[in-house]
Design a protein around this ligand. Structure first.
Ligand SMILES: COc1ccc(-c2nc3ccccc3n2[C@H](C(=O)Nc2c(C)cccc2C)C2CCCCC2)c(OC)c1
Length: 232
């Protein structure tokens, strides 16, 4: 049985990433807002675009703390941000949804999201993903590293130096793999399950443009930043 050990450097890397991940979170908690009041489809859409816009800004700040990210080609940095913003948003939403809440709150939140204005056909795949993330009971270091691995995906459109991104991603994957073995010793295939969620995340993210344009209201308005990031 090979002894898995996280090195001092990997420990330091994990701390930098996790601290940055926790620091760069959106201030107002959308779940609390949703639990307080029932909003119209229009109000929910506005809330969604506001959340998504601030999430992109937060993502940019977070990536500045990923060791090595700022040494990448500048245009590749933009390509990685643009290519991962939607996935990071769904990953964040899944983590917010899976948070431990007082009993009954998750059900209310789920109901509010089902009735938010999103069209029926996307609700099942979205909640399937949220629940599959919830079942993993990730610790915050795993959440931070999983988001980092998602950002450092080499085969995003327009990335020129894929090898440089691959090297960074592999560094993060090695730490994540060891962390999974140490955090979930009874479940040797936990790391593989975690990576399998990234495939589900990419599939879900393919629907996001459809989700937005089919939101039950007419005249969908987007912020300039979202027009950049979302294909709308
Ligand atoms: C593209 O289509 C989507 C994307 C996300 C959600 C979503 N799943 C959530 C799970 C838990 C809590 C809130 C959740 N959201 C929205 C939200 O703000 N996500 C969010 C964002 C955007 C950034 C940072 C962080 C978060 C949580 C609420 C926006 C207002 C209407 C209700 C959904 C969604 O729900 C229908 C549809």
């Amino acid at each position: 049985k090979e002894k898995v050990e996280i090195t001092k450097e990997q420990q330091a890397l994990m701390k930098i990433i996790t601290d940055a991940y926790n620091r760069h979170q959106i201030p107002q908690d959308v779940a609390k807002k949703l639990l307080q009041d029932q909003y119209s489809a229009e109000e929910n859409f506005l809330l969604l675009t506001e959340m998504a816009t601030s999430q992109v800004q937060v993502l940019v700040e977070f990536t500045k703390n990923i060791p090595g990210f700022l040494s990448l080609d500048r245009e590749d940095q933009i390509a990685l941000l643009k290519g991962s913003a939607v996935e990071a948003m769904f990953l964040r939403s899944a983590q917010v949804f899976s948070r431990k809440m007082p009993s009954g709150h998750t059900e209310v939140l789920e109901e509010r999201i089902r009735k938010s204005g999103i069209s029926e056909e996307f609700i099942t795949p979205m909640f399937n993903f949220y629940k599959s993330i919830g079942e993993l009971h990730m610790v915050q270091e795993e959440q931070a590293l999983l988001t980092t691995v998602t950002i450092l995906t080499p085969d995003r459109p327009y990335v020129k130096d894929q090898q440089a991104v691959e090297r960074l991603q592999e560094t993060m994957l090695d730490v994540l793999r060891k962390l999974c073995v140490l955090q979930h010793p009874q479940e040797p295939q936990y790391f593989a399950r975690l990576l399998g969620r990234l495939t589900e995340l990419r599939t879900l993210s393919h629907y996001h443009t459809e989700m937005l344009v089919s939101w039950r209201m007419n005249d969908h308005k987007f912020t300039p930043l979202l027009c950049e990031i979302w294909d709308v």
